[in-house]
Design a protein around this ligand. Structure first.
Ligand code: MN
Length: 534
């Protein structure tokens, strides 16, 4: 049973090698930011099931139909990755061989299957048992409409996905295997977009085993929810979480030359508004330069040691002059995961979610976030979201400014940070918690808004959202589920995508959304205690 068998998803040829999302020195986004989310050209195999009961002519139609579907899916512009047509699968041997070829193919991130006619599902058992890639069961049909005037028994036999897909679906249920089922007409935009959403989830599943987290401090003292079992996380998600003495990274920062620092400071001054707020211009610039040196030093260390996510802690800064603020914001913008105060789970989740949204048209952003303070005025309820400093600028709406302000915690010089407010619109806030015997992913649909008034004295980037179904129910459910104050947050992923990711990882997921009722939610948590017990 996949759920209990631990992580199965590996790109076989990629084992112990560099991540598939290769950082490229020459890669630049439109904003001039080096992008470490350069996506691998993943492909998804389109496998059509049938058998030889109805003769060669029928099989030639099956192949022609599935080829046409693949061509039109690729031409639709609604899929983020290419679909590759595979010859019709009609025997145990061919199915088993194809599934194992998919396992070995480095570029294959998943399989899309469709039973055009009738494919006896015993033929699939061995192949499916050996498959180690995410699988989508596309339940569709070549023709949209029943051809009332001409339909005969030959047509019925040839176009019987309603029959064949049920036989096929049964064997997954019998095998207790996770798979995604999407039903809909293949030419419909909605069906294509659901396939596209699942492709992003599948890439998140495959790429999860390439996430390596660099942790430069342990967990913040006395804090519970950011802790967790790193061995179990590697078993379940494939994440490697390694600690380094902070001064080893601080040395890399100190080695960054002044010329490089000055060039990056120029870039900052070019790109962001400078809010001196009465500070001396030269002194302000020196404070900015410290963050530029941290950005470059951390980035070089991460590249040299092959890490894609970072964890810092304001209480453990070694010889760093400032808490990495602006520097971490910039690294998040480049595609690194980030978690504060030792929170490696959220850092890895931010990285996975950034991978899942890679290349998305009109993306609105993905960030580390923290629940801070409430507005409880009736009709205007919501949570003000921020962090001490580290909020990703991809979620910014409008101009971004640099401020230099004292920190209320820690003992370093005033750190510079990027300040902005976040975009409006629906989004998803997730929290991965370790319950001791298992991981749980809490997925909350939230509605992001502008605060009623500006907050001129608040020197950090902020978002403001109302959790669904309303603040009271959403917050009560979140707390009952054991959700953290830290979240991995995105405008560009759906709760369904995050839940599908959790399902493929074999962990519990709970949704808090417009349908949540506390009484039912408590029962769900109670029943999950039994369902997910090891
Ligand atoms: Mn925090």
């Amino acid at each position: 049973m996949r759920r209990n068998s631990g992580k199965k998803y590996v790109c076989t040829a990629d084992l112990n090698s560099a991540p598939s999302f290769v950082y490229t020195q020459l890669e630049h986004t439109q904003k001039g930011i080096k992008n470490m989310l350069k996506v691998k050209n993943y492909q998804f195999w389109f496998c059509t099931g049938s058998q030889d009961l109805y003769g060669d002519e029928c099989l030639s139609h099956v192949a022609a139909h599935s080829k046409e579907i693949v061509e039109k899916l690729n031409a639709s512009g609604n899929l983020p990755y290419e679909v590759v047509w595979k010859p019709t699968l009609i025997t145990n041997e061919l199915i088993r061989k194809t599934m194992n070829e998919a396992n070995m193919d480095d570029n294959c991130a998943g399989i899309i299957t469709w039973m055009h006619t009738f494919s006896p599902a015993k033929s699939w058992i061995l192949g499916l048992q050996e498959l180690r890639k995410p699988l989508l069961h596309l339940h569709t049909q070549y023709n949209r409409e029943i051809p009332y005037d001409t339909i005969d028994m030959d047509f019925m036999n040839e176009n019987q996905a309603a029959h064949g897909d049920r036989e096929y679906g049964h064997i997954f249920s019998r095998l207790h295997m996770e798979r995604k089922v999407v039903m809909g007409y293949w030419e419909d935009k909605e069906t294509q977009e659901r396939i596209g959403d699942w492709m992003r989830t599948a890439v998140g599943v495959i790429e999860s085993s390439h996430v390596r987290v660099m942790r430069v401090a342990d967990n913040m003292r006395n804090v519970a929810v950011t802790e967790g079992d790193k061995v179990e996380a590697q078993i379940k998600f494939g994440w490697e979480v390694d600690a380094y003495p902070v001064n080893e990274v601080a040395d890399a920062v100190a080695q960054v030359g002044q010329g490089d620092v000055n060039a990056l400071v120029e870039e900052y001054y070019d790109k962001y508004q400078i809010l001196l707020e009465g500070r001396d211009e030269a002194e302000f610039r020196k404070h900015v330069a410290v963050q530029a040196q941290i950005e470059l030093g951390f980035e070089r260390f991460l590249e040299a040691n092959n890490y894609q996510a970072i964890v810092t802690h304001f209480g453990d800064l070694g010889s760093l002059q400032q808490l990495p603020g602006l520097a971490m914001q910039r690294l998040m913008e480049k595609g690194y995961g980030f978690g504060a105060e030792g929170d490696w789970k959220t850092a890895a989740m931010v990285r996975v979610m950034k991978i899942m949204t890679q290349g998305k048209k009109d993306a609105k952003g993905t960030s580390f976030m923290e629940d801070y303070t409430y507005n409880l005025v009736p009709g205007k309820e919501g949570i003000l979201e921020a962090h001490m400093l580290e909020v990703c600028p991809t979620i910014a709406d409008g101009p971004i400014s640099i401020k230099c302000q004292p920190l209320s915690m820690g003992d370093r010089e005033d750190p510079t940070r990027l300040v902005f407010t976040a975009k409006e619109g629906p989004a998803v806030a997730t929290s991965l918690v370790d319950l001791g015997d298992r991981f749980r992913l809490i997925i909350n649909s939230v509605d992001c808004k502008k605060t009623e008034k500006p907050m001129p004295k608040l020197p950090v980037a902020t978002a403001f959202w109302t959790p669904q179904p309303d603040l009271r129910t959403g917050a009560e459910a979140w707390i009952l589920a054991g959700g953290a104050h830290h979240t991995a947050f995105s405008y560009d992923l759906t709760p369904e995508q995050m839940g599908d990711w959790a399902e493929e990882m074999g962990i519990e997921a709970v949704y808090i959304d417009k349908d949540t009722k506390i009484r039912d939610f408590k029962n769900e948590l109670r029943w999950n205690e039994a369902a997910y017990r090891k």
